[in-house]
Design a protein around this ligand. Structure first.
Ligand code: ACO
Length: 327
């Protein structure tokens, strides 16, 4: 590998104000708090207000990430928004954001890999910065997943929430072995029918709703995620003992606990936000990262492992030495 590193130097997050608890849900769909907690670990989720858009959440998360390191939109060369719930079919949410942030020098586009969108976007940004296509990138996961839910379908509507998280990546020629150490992505479209949305611009006139065979998705999750993590560790020439934190996609507490066991990590080394945020798809990892950096758990120089799986199926894992060397 070259001496060029792509550092992860900041994180920001945004959650809509409105909270929908399990009790609130049980008022209009046949479910209850105990079932949801036991099967998923979720107690509540945040939901966008009327008129609040994916780009609004993405902008708030991006501004927080920028402000934390004293940067402005003009300092950014690349903006990638991972989202399955863009404001409009086109233009991209990233293009809108580029304008709103005054990021006049940035190339901006969206990536759609559902719940794995953030690890996909990280990999693309890492490759672009490493190859000299700019110095700084904003990588954002932002979702209004509540807009894709059939609120009569108890097997899916209890699982998801809305929000956004953003990180700043910076190309650096001197911080050897910091930043993104490895990144592994996989796709297997043979399983596209176990988790999908039954609508879209070319197949129907409607946006559609999430349809899922939850137990089938569950069976794929831990096996595929742990094998991607093994590949990421091997690619970074690391072992699990080098990993300080697992920040997993927050879909279900049982998948997260399964990954913790597989990796043989102590419980307190795994960041869990699924109870409060539910599954926010592409936003879930940067939201969880923001919580653990914000409360002081994840410190500068610690090694953080990300993993995610989503509809496609698409999945991946990333290893990052977080922050930057202190002068
Ligand atoms: N409240 C009460 N009962 C419910 C609910 C609900 N919200 N949803 C389903 N049930 C019932 C079912 O109807 C079924 O009843 P039956 O036995 O009378 O037929 C029973 O609960 C069991 O249903 P299952 O689907 O078998 O329950 P399971 O234990 O598999 O849990 C769940 C469902 C939570 C969806 C689980 O399969 C899961 O987490 N799968 C992973 C999928 C996931 O996380 N997807 C998110 C997107 S992909 C990703 O991010 C990884």
């Amino acid at each position: 590998m070259s001496d060029i590193s792509v550092l992860m130097t900041s994180v920001g997050a945004y959650l809509p104000k409105k909270i929908l608890t399990n009790e609130d849900l049980s008022a209009f769909v046949d479910t209850d708090d105990e079932w949801i907690r036991q099967r998923t670990g979720i107690t509540q989720r945040h939901i966008v207000a009327d008129g609040e858009l994916t780009s609004d959440m993405a902008r708030e998360a991006a501004l927080q990430a920028l402000q934390r390191v004293g940067l402005d939109g003009v300092d950014i060369d690349l903006i990638i928004v991972a989202t399955t719930t863009p404001d409009d079919t086109f233009p991209s949410t990233a293009a809108k954001l580029q304008h709103q942030l005054g990021a006049v020098y940035a190339v901006a586009f969206d990536v759609q890999a559902v719940c794995a969108g953030f690890v996909y976007a990280l990999d693309i940004a890492d490759a672009m910065l490493r190859s000299g296509r700019g110095k700084r990138a904003l990588v954002i996961g932002a979702e209004s997943f509540s807009k894709l839910l059939d609120w009569q379908d108890r097997s899916t509507c209890v699982l998801f929430g809305d929000g956004a998280g953003a990180v700043i990546l910076e190309r650096d020629e001197y911080a050897v072995e910091w930043g993104i150490r490895s990144s592994i992505l996989h796709t297997d479209g043979a399983h596209r029918d176990i988790l999908y949305v039954d609508g879209g611009p070319s197949s129907s006139s409607a946006v559609g709703h999430v349809r899922m065979e939850g137990n089938k998705v569950f069976r794929h999750a831990v096996e595929k995620l742990s094998s991607a993590m093994d590949e990421a560790l091997a690619a970074a020439n690391m072992t699990v003992s080098d990993v300080d934190w697992l920040v997993p996609h927050q879909a279900n507490i049982r998948i997260i606990d399964g990954m913790q066991k597989k990796m043989q990590l102590p419980t307190d080394r795994v960041v869990r936000t699924v109870d409060k945020h539910a599954n926010t798809s592409a936003a879930s990892i940067p939201l969880a990262l923001s919580v653990a950096v914000g409360d002081g758990r994840i410190k500068n120089g610690e090694v953080v492992a990300f993993e995610a799986i989503g509809g496609g199926l698409v999945w991946g894992a990333t290893l990052v030495k977080y922050g930057r060397p202190q002068k």
